[in-house]
Write a protein that binds this ligand. Structure first.
Ligand code: URA
Length: 316
C-alpha cells in the first residue's frame, strides 16, 4: 500500500478513535445507524466488519496509531500567587514566537465581517503586572458586593472563580445560574457537569484549571448580564487573569466571548481559532448549556478543545 494511503488510514483511525473516546466521555454508550438498510446491505456490513477485524494491514496500522496525547497536568496549587511572582512568564513569552499578535476587529462597520487586524505587540494593551493574590481580590469583592444592581435582584451568593491559581488553562463563562447561586461556586449545575467532561476529555481535571465568569452574580431569570453589570464586575476577572496568567482562556458561549473580546462577531465565527486577550490566547467555543440543548454542536467543541490541547502540549 502506498505511504500516503497508509498515513491517511492511520489519521482516519486516530480521528475516529478520538471521536469515539470523546463520545464515551460525554456518556454515549452505543452508536446506531439510523437509516434504512436495503436488501443485502446488513450482510455486506457484517462481512466488511469481519474483513476489517481479520485484516493484517489494519492490525499493523493499529499499532502505529499514536496514543491520544493528553495535556500534562500541573499539580493544583493554592499558594498565594504573590509568592511565585519571580517565576511568572514574561510578557514576551506570553506573546508566543512571533513579534505580532492579531486581534478581532473590535467595532465599527466591519465588525460583523470578523475582520482580523494585525498589530505590533507593543501597540496592543497587555495584562497588568500582578501585585496581588486571588485571595486579596476575593476579599476586596466581598461576600455582599453591591457594585451593581444584581445584588438587589435576587442574587444569594457572589460566585467567585475557583480552581488552580497557577493554571495554564482557564475557562470563562457568562454568569452563575440557579445552582451556582445556591452553592456559591461556578459551573456546578448540569452545564457544569458537562464542562467537567469537556475538561477531562483533554486529560485534565477541574482541579488543574481555573474557572470563572464575566459576572459573579446571577441575573434574574438567567438573562444575559447587562452592560452596567459587566462593567462593574469584569475588572476583577481581568485582575485574576493577571495573577493566574494562563496560557489559554477558553471562553464559553456567545455572551461571554463577545464580552471578553469586545466584539459583536457571532460565536460561530469566533470559535475554531485563537484570539487575543491582553496577550493571552483565547479560544471561544459553544457554552455547555447550549450543548445540552443541541448535542450535535459537541463535535465543534471537541475540535476547539483539540486545538487548545495541542497548543498546550506544544508549549510543554
Ligand atoms: N453558566 C455560566 O455561564 N456560568 C456558570 O457558572 C454556570 C452556568
Amino acid at each position: 500500500m502506498p505511504a500516503t494511503e497508509n498515513t491517511e488510514i492511520t489519521e482516519l483511525i486516530a480521528d475516529v478513535r478520538e471521536q469515539v473516546l470523546y463520545l464515551q466521555e460525554l456518556g454515549v454508550e452505543t452508536l446506531e445507524f439510523c437509516g434504512d438498510l436495503k436488501a443485502g446491505e446488513r450482510e455486506q456490513i457484517s462481512n466488511l466488519k469481519l474483513e476489517i477485524r481479520n485484516s493484517e494491514a489494519i492490525s499493523n496500522f493499529r499499532s502505529e496509531i499514536p496514543d491520544i496525547k493528553s495535556v500534562s497536568a500541573k499539580p493544583p496549587e493554592s499558594k498565594p500567587a504573590g509568592s511565585r511572582l519571580a517565576s511568572l512568564p514574561s510578557l514576551s513569552k506570553l506573546l508566543g514566537s512571533g513579534p505580532v499578535r492579531t486581534k478581532v476587529d473590535q467595532g465599527g462597520p466591519r465588525d460583523m465581517e470578523n475582520t482580523a487586524i494585525t498589530l505590533n505587540a507593543d501597540e496592543l494593551p497587555s495584562l497588568p503586572e500582578p501585585t496581588e493574590t486571588i485571595e486579596q481580590i476575593r476579599a476586596e469583592i466581598g461576600a455582599d458586593c453591591t457594585r451593581c444592581k444584581l445584588s438587589g435582584l435576587g442574587r444569594s451568593k457572589v460566585v467567585n472563580s475557583t480552581g488552580n491559581f497557577n493554571a495554564d488553562l482557564m475557562f470563562v463563562g457568562e454568569a452563575p445560574g440557579a445552582d451556582e447561586d445556591e452553592q456559591g461556586k461556578p459551573f456546578v449545575g448540569r452545564a457544569g457537569q458537562l464542562l467537567t467532561k469537556i475538561i477531562e476529555s483533554i486529560g485534565l481535571t477541574r482541579d488543574d484549571v481555573f474557572i470563572g465568569n464575566i459576572n459573579r452574580c446571577r441575573p434574574p431569570g438567567n438573562r444575559a448580564p447587562e452592560t452596567d453589570e459587566t462593567i462593574a464586575c469584569k475588572p476583577y476577572l481581568k485582575r485574576e487573569v493577571a495573577v493566574v496568567r494562563p496560557k489559554v482562556i477558553v471562553v464559553l458561549g456567545a455572551t461571554a466571548a463577545q464580552n471578553l473580546l469586545e466584539t459583536k462577531v457571532p460565536i460561530g465565527k469566533l470559535r475554531g481559532h485563537f484570539h487575543d486577550y491582553l496577550g493571552v490566547k483565547v479560544m471561544p467555543t459553544f457554552h455547555p448549556a447550549y450543548l445540552l440543548r443541541d448535542p450535535h454542536k459537541k463535535r465543534e467543541v471537541w475540535e476547539d478543545m483539540k486545538i487548545v490541547r495541542d497548543y498546550l502540549n506544544a508549549q510543554g
